[in-house]
Design a protein around this ligand. Structure first.
Ligand code: PHE
Length: 454
């Protein structure tokens, strides 16, 4: 029998999982949510969501993946689940593949912006536009709506992902994560230091950290739950897949805490970077939504700073690293599925997963340019896929996984996995089981319900 593929070290396992979790969710979605929901109270609610819901749901996926030892669908089969549960696995794998189609496009944008920062093109005036904001907006709209340029960048991202995945779990994913994660944290810390020395740093920090309880509302709690879900990569099959590479002796509870806390830390560091910066340069009323924060607002900040191009390059490098490690993890879901389900060789599986992206990602990219007339339910293809996956498919997948792990999985599986088959204690085990059985399905159900009737 072939030797079981595993991450080779504790650090590598954590770096890879954190690499997946830390992505655009932390860097641009989180600050936008904080801004839209009135500042620090969102942070407070978000932290509670991570600990009360995020970590238990993460553990249910870890236990399923390591217990089943196979891909996101196969793990259900290995645990003897009825056919219907396998469908949950297929749903999750499909969702992950759809996300892959448009996330590679966004990854391409970050690559292009890094290159444009190096060459200085991003900071060059645009004919007919006099104000700085207008200039970056024009740059962004022109670039995104262009046909060829985003495509080339998307292909570069697909190529990079392919190169890493062909290297395998240890020599590809783990090794790259071991290098890129320290780079990411170093860059974040450097930006934090700079931001905290800006003139209005204190105001920014206050806006971010001083809670105003009157701002807490049901809709904010739902946004925080949704954010925790996306940011921790829940319901995408990634954690199930990666956990199948965890050694039997790995401590799942500790891993879930470390990954979630580091993911939270990145979000908090981003808040510390962004709010002082935008307040110092009078940009607090600018939109943070969508791509605007990183492609329009932040370049205005860099434009004010000495060493504009250097900071800009480093920031887009940070974004690129965060995006690439997430893309790798989400592509691995399908690669592992093909290897396990169809006994494909890894090399072939990587090609079968990534080659069609040259078509699918192109369609997503062009849907913001010359294919923008194709609308599904009032949205272009890119936005439709984003909405379909994050609002419906991921939530259904995660809810079903919790219901399976809480009620239908072999008796004692969760606790067995948390205690490494009884070889250590898990004081929090009963709490996690309770959340997975009762709290998570209800809360995720409410998120789903509110998405449907929004
Ligand atoms: N947690 C990731 C993020 O914050 C979510 C993600 C993972 C998205 C993998 C795409 C691919 O961006």
């Amino acid at each position: 029998m072939a030797k079981k593929v595993q991450f080779s070290s504790k650090i590598g396992l954590i770096a890879a999982t954190v690499g997946s979790a830390v992505g655009l969710g932390n860097i641009w979605r989180f600050p936008a949510e904080v801004q839209a929901n009135g500042g620090s109270s969102f942070l407070l609610v978000y932290v509670l969501c991570v600990f009360i819901l995020g970590i238990p749901v993460m553990l249910s996926e870890f236990a399923l993946g390591r217990g089943g030892g196979s891909d996101a669908a196969g793990s259900f089969v290995k645990l003897g689940a009825r056919k219907g549960w396998q469908a949950v696995g297929y749903l999750v794998i499909l969702a992950s593949y759809l996300i892959l189609c448009f996330y590679t496009v966004v990854g391409g944008w970050t690559f292009e912006y890094m290159v444009q920062s190096i060459t200085g093109h991003l900071y060059q005036p645009v004919a007919g536009v006099t104000d700085v904001k207008g200039m970056f907006t024009a740059h962004m709209n022109e670039f995104i709506a262009d046909d060829w340029n985003p495509l080339i960048n998307t292909y570069i991202m697909i190529g990079l992902t392919l190169a890493v995945l062909l290297g395998g779990v240890q020599k590809g994913i783990e090794r790259v994560s071991n290098v890129l994660m320290p780079v990411l944290f170093t860059l974040l810390l450097a930006f934090c230091i700079v931001s905290l020395t800006l003139p209005e740093a204190q105001k920014g920090v206050e806006f971010f950290f001083k809670p105003d309880f009157s701002k807490i509302s049901m809709s904010m709690i739902l946004s925080a739950l949704g954010q925790a879900f996306f940011s921790l990569s829940l319901g995408m099959g990634i954690l199930i897949t990666y956990a199948s590479y965890f050694p039997k002796r790995a401590n799942l509870t500790r891993t879930a805490f470390i990954v979630s806390i580091l993911d939270l830390l990145v979000a908090v560091l981003m808040g510390i970077i962004i709010f002082p910066a935008v307040l110092s340069f009078g940009l607090e009323n600018e939109s943070f939504q969508g791509a605007t924060l990183v492609f329009v607002t932040l370049p205005q900040v860099f434009n004010h700073m000495p060493g504009t191009q250097i900071w800009s390059t480093l920031f887009f490098l940070l974004l690129l690293v965060a995006t690439l490690t997430s893309i790798i993890s989400i592509a691995e879901v399908s690669v592992k599925f093909l290897c396990d389900r169809f006994k494909m060789r890894r090399r072939n599986a990587c090609f079968v997963v990534l080659m069609p992206l040259f078509l699918f990602s192109s369609i997503c990219s062009l849907s913001m340019g010359s294919l923008s007339h194709i609308q599904i339910l009032g949205r272009n293809i890119f936005d439709f896929l984003d909405n379909l996956t994050s609002e419906y498919m991921l939530t259904i997948g995660a809810m079903a996984t919790c219901i399976y792990m809480g009620w239908f999985a072999p008796k004692g599986l969760l606790i067995d996995e948390l205690t490494n088959r009884g070889s250590m204690r898990s004081n929090l085990g009963p709490f996690f089981l309770f959340v997975i059985r009762w709290v998570a399905p209800v809360l995720i159900g409410i998120i789903l319900f509110s998405n449907i009737f929004k």
